[in-house]
Design a protein around this ligand. Structure first.
Ligand SMILES: CC(C)(COP(=O)(O)OP(=O)(O)OC[C@H]1O[C@@H](n2cnc3c(N)ncnc32)[C@H](O)[C@@H]1OP(=O)(O)O)[C@@H](O)C(=O)NCCC(=O)NCCS
Length: 154
């Protein structure tokens, strides 16, 4: 029998090419404008920090982060819609903060849609602050949507 779904029962590991079907399924279930398989493959190819969150071999979420010259950048954090609100998003972001510290990054940055209230609540709760906007950054159903830039000093 499988254990109850909870952050404490999750395993974090590196993303592999064979995870792509599950990752794309979650990506397309969770985002209105999902990343393509090619984007994930490029992130793995260039050595970005691409992590899978799984329990009993079932993938519930993942995260992608880049790091260069003391700056870490969260590029994707995603939890399967049926596994949301169980603390997994917080687990993923806290894992990225630890990884960025180990990489000796001094700051961690991300972009988020102003309309993404769940992600904004999560990032604010963890301590991120708004430091700017990028105009017309995201595709949206009505053209383009601005991005908020959030940052946290490590
Ligand atoms: C954003 C996302 C990763 C959050 O993951 P999650 O596992 O549901 O979040 P958690 O259960 O860890 O929630 C942590 C905190 O975030 C906030 N939060 C999460 N979802 C929320 C929601 N729908 N509404 C309001 N606050 C929310 C709460 O403060 C929550 O703490 P609480 O449960 O103690 O109240 C998830 O909604 C998701 O994958 N969304 C689609 C992809 C996406 O938008 N990614 C972010 C791109 S920038």
């Amino acid at each position: 029998m499988s254990a109850i779904l909870s952050p404490g029962n999750m395993k974090m590991r590196a993303m592999l090419e064979e995870d792509m079907d599950s990752v794309i399924h979650i990506e397309e279930s969770a985002y209105s404008h999902p990343w393509t398989r090619g984007i994930f493959k490029d992130c793995m190819r260039v050595g970005y920090h691409c992590q899978i969150l799984e329990q009993d071999g079932i993938i519930h979420g993942y995260a992608v982060m880049s790091e260069a010259v003391g700056e870490a950048h969260i590029l994707n954090v995603c939890v399967h819609p049926r596994s949301q609100r169980m603390g997994l998003g917080r687990l993923l972001v806290n894992h990225l903060l630890d990884a960025a510290r180990r990489m000796r990054a001094e700051i961690i940055l991300l972009e988020v849609r102003p309309s993404n209230k769940a992600a904004l609540a999560l990032y604010h709760d963890i301590g991120f602050c708004e430091v700017g906007t990028r105009k017309h950054y995201y595709p949206s159903d009505n053209g383009r949507e601005d991005a908020l830039i959030l940052a946290l000093h490590l």
